[in-house]
Design a protein around this ligand. Structure first.
Ligand SMILES: *Cc1c(COP(=O)(O)O)cnc(C)c1O
Length: 366
């Protein structure tokens, strides 16, 4: 039996071959490759689709977080609160600024930041909160929003796994003071290479991000603010993303349907994720079991690829040693890290493949 890959980007590209090549041809023929009309159009389309006020294309999702923080004045020695189980992306951005990641714990149900834990770790040096919508499930933005406002801290959403998710009818990207998206190819909205976006509410922050993504320029060759970056979203990638944005809601529905099928496979030895609600777009389907290695071996033997998101908490990363703070025990984050296993979950999986995964799960005993 052929292996079911954890992801297969060639399937998505093959299905969209014609419109993608047409988008390429349009950009090649125009000869305008950086900050051109495709980016301009995509920024407007993405902004309107999210319900945000502004959208600024950048080179990748990590840069999006860095520039959003810089635009809010976060600098060296400042503290930024984040979750420790979210793959080190926010920490990479925070460290690039010379700021200090401070970790709060996550809730057992969704593995996203707990507002009470965030509140307990806020110190006078705190300058921002980064909330990651992990695995495609939105964090409790309602309560995080209230908390951030009470402490006059900017709330930055990390939406790199949650394009299209809504909370109380409002999409991610429209809740935070700023929000950061990645268009890395495996994301729910993926380019044919790297890409990212910052959305935000305030025109001043939007203008700062626009300057920071290009040497701090207020106009050509005049650098008004810094330290800045060169971090732009190529017109070619913007054109590719314009092909896919109109298809995203349908792709997310397919992801949710796959997740619902997995979740219906009852099993006493593993915990399925909560799959209900429009606040989950099934970027990853992550089960939990203390017998993770046994399940992983079993699925491998059945030709089903799996992965772990993520095997190390940020504070256990060698590069962060002594460079972050964890003021309280991260009980849930630590426990989950030992138990999580991601199953294949992408729109191009066939029904037969989904059925094979369900059968293999049902057939497992630790
Ligand atoms: C992928 C990802 C990022 C970073 O995006 P890049 O485009 O790879 O820099 C940030 N945060 C989360 C949660 C991600 O999954």
């Amino acid at each position: 039996m052929p292996t079911i890959p954890f992801n297969d980007l060639s399937r998505r590209a093959a299905a969209l071959r014609e419109p993608l090549l047409a988008a390429f041809a349009r950009v090649v023929d125009r000869g305008w490759f950086i900050l051109g009309p495709e980016l301009d159009a995509f920024e407007k389309e993405f902004r309107d689709w999210c319900g945000a006020s502004h959208a600024i294309g950048v080179a990748n999702g990590t840069d999006a977080i860095e520039l959003a923080l810089r635009a809010h004045g976060v600098g060296p020695g400042d503290e930024v609160i984040a979750a420790a189980n979210a793959g080190m992306y926010a920490a990479t951005a925070i460290r690039a600024i010379g700021a200090i990641p401070v970790y709060a714990d996550v809730d057992d149900r969704h593995l996203c930041l707990v507002p009470e834990s965030v509140e307990r770790v806020i110190s006078p040096r705190c300058r921002a909160i980064v909330a990651t919508h992990l695995y495609g499930r939105m964090a409790d933005v309602r309560r995080l929003r209230i908390l951030a406002d009470q402490h006059t801290l900017p709330l930055i959403e990390d939406c790199a796994q949650s394009h299209g998710a809504t909370f109380e009818g409002v999409r991610c990207g429209a809740w935070g003071d700023a929000a950061c998206f990645s268009f890395y190819p495996t994301k729910n909205l993926g380019a044919l290479g790297d890409g990212g976006m910052v959305t935000c509410k305030s025109p001043e922050i939007a203008e700062r991000v626009r300057r920071l993504r290009q040497y701090g320029w207020e106009r050509k060759y005049v650098s008004a603010i810094g330290p800045a970056r060169n971090s732009r979203l190529d017109d070619l990638q913007a054109a590719v993303l314009r092909v896919q944005l109109p298809l995203l809601d349908a792709a997310n529905s397919r992801r949710r349907a796959i997740a619902a099928t997995y979740a219906a496979t009852s099993h006493s030895h593993l915990r399925h994720p909560d799959v209900g609600g429009d606040d989950y777009v099934a970027h990853l389907y992550v089960v939990r079991t203390p017998a993770r290695e046994s399940l992983r071996r079993h699925l491998t033997a059945h030709g089903i690829a799996t992965d772990i998101h993520y095997p190390l908490l940020d504070l256990d990363q060698p590069s962060l040693h002594g460079k972050c703070r964890s003021p309280e025990p991260l009980t849930v984050s630590v426990a989950a890290t030992a138990e999580i296993l991601s199953l294949p979950c992408y729109p191009e999986l066939t029904d037969a493949e989904v059925a094979r995964v369900c059968a293999a799960l049902a057939d497992w005993t630790p």
